[in-house]
Design a protein around this ligand. Structure first.
Ligand code: UD1
Ligand code: CA
Length: 437
């Protein structure tokens, strides 16, 4: 246990000019989840942090809506105009007036940061009874980062931004990762003394280091092991690179747990998807959002699982099948060319090729549920217009459009009766050749 409580400040007010987008940077997504969501989740998963202050500015309302809808323990604070990272943190000061604990500061655009790293970082701060700890990293190419400046005795004394650095300081390879732990009642005073007389005319958060050293406070640095974790997103290229890194981690985790993945290069599985051992994932599978998949399933090739799928054991999800927000019980097959959305499929259900659950009414914008109970089956090319229930062991004839519930053990067919017109083609050919003479 820690000696003190912890709150976080997450910096997310910047525009992200290089994204070339109207959308705020932190709402850009990886596997359908905003960058900010990854950061808040990492902070919440530390276990020590009870509340987050998210500093918003550019398109503040959009960011605030996302935070409100997803995180009860997070409060947005407006920073307008954006006068720098120091000014941003200071915006949370009124909410921390009597806070006798630690504040960690992280950026909203570093989605690869892990909860374990943040936990170790906070514990390091606590074990050292530090007043200020800065996370640093060693970069072969430190360009654009603030440099960690040490004195002759290697004591950490300041952070100097690239734009303010002398050539000698620019040569330093230890950089400021942009993650800080502050013993709030010791450091809060620093924000009253920040100046913006620097190359960017901003109030730098990094200047609190020099201030704390001058006050003889306990200032520490914590060197990060895995540089990837502080990878900050500034462009669409970075977004793609971060997706690859997250995906790779996710696939390795799954394979280590016994999932067979035929071709990791063409497989994308979100970090929040769990899959049990001995399931086989074939090439070109794309799985986003939060899902759980059991054992002995066969998924793909070319399957798309979007979010909210709860799939049991021995389930087959075949090629060109899309699954969204659906429960699928054991031994059920959705083998080809189907869409299953907002549905509950029992066990031993067989979904024929080309079955569509028509879950969405584009006029009312309402989504409705399809329930298919144990042992039922649908013929190829069926449309199940939700809300609708196909009861136990019922059968839907191929090509049917089902708009009413089907009773257990019944067959429902809606196609026109079979009709054969004998020699129709022969007569057509004769007519045509007659006409040509
Ligand atoms: C900052 C650090 C630098 C560090 C780097 C790590 C400062 C002065 N410099 O530089 O030492 O190496 O991060 O990535 O802190 N933001 C606000 N309000 C503002 C300004 C920024 O909320 O007024 C947010 C941004 O949205 C972003 C974060 O703060 O999420 C960092 O800002 P950014 O301008 O990217 O800082 P850097 O110049 O990269
Ligand atoms: Ca900047």
């Amino acid at each position: 246990m820690l000696n003190k409580k912890v709150k976080s400040i997450i910096l997310a007010a910047g525009k992200g000019t290089r994204m070339k987008s109207n959308m705020p940077k932190v709402l850009h997504t990886i596997f359908n989840k905003p960058l900010l969501g990854y950061v808040i989740d990492a902070v919440n998963n530390v276990g020590y942090v009870d509340c987050n202050f998210v500093i918003v500015g550019h398109e503040a309302e959009l960011v605030e809506n996302y935070v409100k809808a997803n995180y009860d323990n997070s409060k947005c604070i407006l920073q307008s105009p954006q006068l720098g990272t120091g000014d941003a943190v200071n915006k949370a000061a009124p909410f921390l007036a009597d806070f006798d604990g630690y504040v960690i500061v992280v950026c909203g655009d570093t989605p690869l940061i892990e909860a374990d790293t943040l936990r170790n970082f906070i514990e390091f701060h606590d074990n050292n009874s530090a007043d200020l700890t800065v996370m640093s990293a060693i970069f072969e190419n430190p360009k654009n980062y603030g440099r960690i400046i040490r004195d002759k005795n290697k004591k950490f004394i300041a952070i100097i931004e690239e734009k303010d650095a002398t050539p000698e300081q620019k040569a330093v390879k230890e950089i400021n990762a942009g993650i800080y732990c502050l013993t709030w009642n010791k450091i809060s005073e620093a924000f009253k003394n920040l100046k913006n007389n620097n190359a960017q005319g901003e109030y730098y958060l990094t200047d609190i280091v020099k201030w704390a050293v001058e006050q003889n406070l306990n200032v520490q640095s914590y060197i990060l092991d895995n540089n990837e974790e502080i990878f900050g997103i500034n462009s669409k290229l970075h977004l793609a690179e971060a997706t690859k890194i997250l995906n790779k981690k996710s696939l390795i985790r799954l394979m280590e747990n016994g999932v067979q993945i035929t071709d990791p290069d063409s497989t994308f599985i979100s970090p929040e998807t769990t899959i049990e051992a001995d399931t086989l994932i074939l090439p070109n599978v794309y799985i986003t959002g939060k899902n759980s998949i059991g054992s002995y399933c066969k998924i793909g090739p070319f399957a798309h699982i979007r979010d909210g799928a709860v799939i049991g054991n021995h389930v087959r999800i075949g090629n060109f099948v899309e699954i969204k927000k659906s429960v699928i019980k054991d031994n059920t097959n959705v083998s080809h060319l189907s869409y299953v959305g907002d549905s509950e499929l029992g066990s031993h259900v067989n979904i024929g090729a080309g079955t569509i659950t028509a879950n969405y009414n584009p006029i009312s914008k309402v989504k409705s549920k399809t329930i298919i109970k144990d042992g039922a089956n649908t013929g190829s090319n069926s449309v199940l217009v939700a809300p609708v229930t196909i009861n136990e062991m019922a059968s839907v004839g191929a090509g049917s459009v089902i708009t009413k519930d089907v009773d257990a053990y019944s067959l429902a067919v809606t196609r026109a009766p079979y009709k054969q017109i004998t020699d129709w083609v022969k007569r057509k050919i004769q007519q045509l050749s007659g006409g040509n003479k």
